[in-house]
Design a protein. Structure first.
Length: 256
């Protein structure tokens, strides 16, 4: 699929004010985990970027895209991602709530969910606890727990290193751990990601989520007696589900 046209439609404070004439793809998750790069690559241009315009960053950001194989559709930037401020409180419940409020505001009773990384975790909770809203669920990594390998994996350790010391060298090293095709990591991409990741709000969020202390706390949960509770909700998913994983994934290993 090749994107032929991209148009910024606007930023909206409430779901009820959002456009609803076309189907949409919504991205949700925390900043600085590679999803901006995913969206920009999907759109074939830099549309996901950190906004410095007061008042815009807490809104739902809408783009209209048209491809050579589909009618026009919306690409939606949810709170806590790309051009939006972080969701207050624990990230996963906040993002789940944002997804549900968006669906309610648009009058969408049922939908397909495609989640990448943290978006896969968010999508799994929506599918598990609100099965009447989800027709199909696809996840790209993100869900599960390490069985044979140590947690955190290489990619998360490199992200922690960047959060604690946000240098160009550290972000390039982390970016290269995120992709198999190293040609994707261009000078332009490195500079764009560094500029976005060192935004004060984004950097503060990254340090909250990916500090060494946070990583150690998550690792302790994986080792504790209630470790399986992290994935217990997966058994409640009723929608047909496709779980995809990268064979050479250096963030979430295959045994996860």
């Amino acid at each position: 699929m090749r994107i032929l046209r991209t148009k910024f439609l606007g930023s909206f404070l409430t779901p009820g004010a959002c456009p609803r004439e076309r189907p949409g793809i919504a991205f949700t998750g925390r900043s600085n985990v590679g999803k901006s790069s995913l969206v920009n690559r999907f759109a074939n241009q830099a549309i996901a970027r950190t906004s410095k315009t007061p008042g815009r960053t807490r809104q739902l950001v809408y783009f209209e895209l048209e491809s050579d194989r589909t009618p026009p559709f919306y690409l939606i930037d949810l709170p806590g991602y790309g051009s939006s401020d972080p969701v207050e409180g624990p990230p996963v419940p906040g993002c789940v709530d944002a997804v549900l409020r968006l669906l309610d505001g648009l009058g969408v009773e049922r939908c397909h969910i495609l989640g990448n990384s943290l978006g896969g975790i968010v999508g799994s909770f929506v599918a598990a606890y609100h099965p009447q809203r989800v027709t199909r669920f696809v996840t790209i990594g993100g869900i599960g727990m390490n069985v044979f390998t140590a947690f955190p994996g290489e990619g998360l350790r490199l992200l922690t290193a960047f959060a604690e010391e946000p240098t160009r060298e550290n972000i390039e090293t982390w970016l290269r751990s995120m992709v198999f095709d190293q040609s994707i990591v261009t000078e332009e991409l490195i500079e764009s990601r560094l500029k976005s990741a060192t935004n004060p709000v984004t950097l503060a969020t990254s340090r909250q989520l990916y500090s060494r202390a946070s990583a150690e706390a998550m690792a302790a949960e994986f080792r504790g007696p209630n470790a399986s509770q992290r994935i217990a909700h997966l058994a409640s998913i009723q929608a047909p589900t496709l779980i995809t994983w990268g064979r050479d994934d250096r963030v979430s290993p295959m045994d996860m």
